[in-house]
Design a protein. Structure first.
Length: 272
């Protein structure tokens, strides 16, 4: 089997580190995601994955964050049959494969065209009403192309911190203004996390720049949202899956007021 060479840089390259993290987690006896598709994608790519600096602890952390977003999205779909899911900056994430939402769910994966080109080579499309779109998450044309006839969940991971505050607000307002009702679920860095970005190996290696941080999860309510849930990265469930050293590290970070707000996952509903 010919391996697919990857030449992505910047923020787009960081998706390979998270892919590697999910693959490493899948190989553990107590895997969080059991993401076999991620491991298969890694095997098909010609890329220096060890160079990402992904450790067992960081790999399990990646998997736990994905698991939490998966959990929220499952809850949304269970309560709203026939909904739409818009997965922004999908990269090489296998969320649609993991959730297997069924034929009544319209699923739209979105990423930039060069990322989509790689995805199409290494990940088979899931079944059901599925569409893969090559576009920017901040493009007005993207939002106009998505039908507005159903409740819609917009989920994104590893995107908000690479945007400006104005871009994040614009994205949120387009979603709120486009769909009749729905939810937004995503991860954010706090401003302290933005300041410490060079300590994150995938960010440092790729040359990416983190821009937007959120300290108060109620802030986006000014954009037409209502906060449903906010979970600090240090307080996510399934922490017992981390190696002992990782649990100790998480406990130390969680005990320091400024550091414990370095990252979180947030879930909002609209209309507010």
């Amino acid at each position: 089997m010919d391996r697919v060479r990857v030449t992505l840089t910047g923020a787009q390259e960081t998706m390979l580190a998270t892919l590697h993290g999910r693959a490493l987690d899948s190989a553990r006896p107590n895997s969080v995601l059991n993401d076999a598709a991620a491991a298969e994608a890694v095997a098909r790519l010609d890329y220096d994955f060890p160079g990402t600096g992904m450790t067992t602890t960081s790999a399990v952390g990646v998997a736990i964050r994905a698991w939490q977003l998966d959990r929220w999205l499952r809850q949304f779909l269970a309560a709203r049959h026939g909904a739409t899911v818009v997965h922004l900056a999908c990269g090489l994430d296998t969320r649609a494969h993991r959730l297997s939402p069924g034929p009544d769910v319209r699923w739209v994966d979105v990423d930039l065209p060069d990322v989509v080109a790689v995805r199409e080579k290494v990940l088979p499309p899931p079944g059901g009403d599925y569409r893969l779109v090559g576009a920017s998450a901040t493009s007005p044309e993207l939002w106009e192309s998505i039908p507005d006839d159903r409740p819609t969940a917009v989920v994104f991971e590893g995107l908000s911190m690479y945007l400006s505050g104005a871009e994040v607000e614009g994205l949120v307002r387009r979603a709120v203004g486009r769909f009749p009702s729905g939810e937004l679920m995503f991860d954010v860095y706090g401003t302290i996390g933005i300041r410490l970005q060079k300590l994150v190996p995938p960010v440092r290696r790729s040359g990416a720049v983190l821009r937007w941080g959120l300290d108060d999860p109620t802030g986006p309510e000014a954009w037409g949202l209502e906060l449903v849930e906010s979970v600090r990265s240090t307080e996510l469930p399934m922490r017992d899956r981390l190696p002992v050293a990782g649990r100790v590290q998480l406990g130390i970070v969680g005990a320091i007021p400024r550091l414990r707000d370095a990252g979180r996952l947030v879930r909002y509903r609209f209309p507010a």
